[in-house]
Write a protein that binds this ligand. Structure first.
Ligand code: URA
Length: 192
């Protein structure tokens, strides 16, 4: 049952975790995905970025943030002298794509949560950047709006966590890019 599943995941090593995610059927999304998207980057990275869920491109390629939002995420990383794969790990709350990129459902987030939690425990990042409201909700269990959570450090399992806008949101609301840059600079200061 549920506590047993979470407990088992909490003891997995990286390889077992990755294999378990790849064949996960814990929510109905396994029926519509092409493949799971575990994450990408240096598994001992000091920086962890957490997005929402794979989109169409990610579902096809098996890698997070490879579509349009991913291009913007790469630019955001570059703005604070970071690079994908270089001391950076990128993961999502959901490992499977919701059909038509609809919002994740509560049950899906709940079923996927132990995976992200274990990824964090194994990566042991020095800082986490939560991209958008689903990452914030999943990691902080906060229902407060993202706007109210920005601008100050939070913690997840004792690790400093900074909240910022999701790159897909920033593509629609480019005026908020300036605030996202402020958030990343705050993350840099917290990290330093
Ligand atoms: N949006 C996300 O949240 N994650 C991805 O991997 C791609 C787009």
């Amino acid at each position: 049952d549920a506590p047993d599943r979470a407990g088992m995941i909490a003891r997995m090593n990286w390889e077992t975790l990755e294999a378990t995610v790849a064949r996960c059927c814990a929510c109905p999304l396994y029926q519509t995905r092409t493949q799971t998207v575990f994450g990408v980057g240096d598994r001992h990275a000091e920086w962890l970025f957490v997005g929402e869920a794979p989109g169409a491109e990610e579902d096809k390629r098996g890698e997070p943030f490879v579509g349009r939002a991913g291009k913007l995420l790469d630019a955001m990383l570059q703005a604070v002298d970071l690079k994908r794969g270089d001391n950076v790990y990128i993961a999502n709350v959901l490992k499977s794509r919701p059909p038509n990129n609809r919002d994740p459902l509560g049950y899906e987030v709940q079923q996927c949560e132990p995976y992200l939690k274990r990824q964090v425990a194994l990566i042991k990042p020095r800082i986490i950047v939560a991209l958008g409201r689903f990452a914030v909700q999943s990691l902080l269990h906060a229902t407060t709006s993202l706007g109210q959570l920005r601008g100050r450090p939070h913690t997840y399992e004792g690790i400093p966590l900074i909240v910022t806008y999701h790159p897909a949101y920033l593509l629609r609301s480019p005026l908020d890019k300036r605030k996202a840059l402020e958030d990343l600079r705050l993350a840099q200061r917290v990290f330093a």
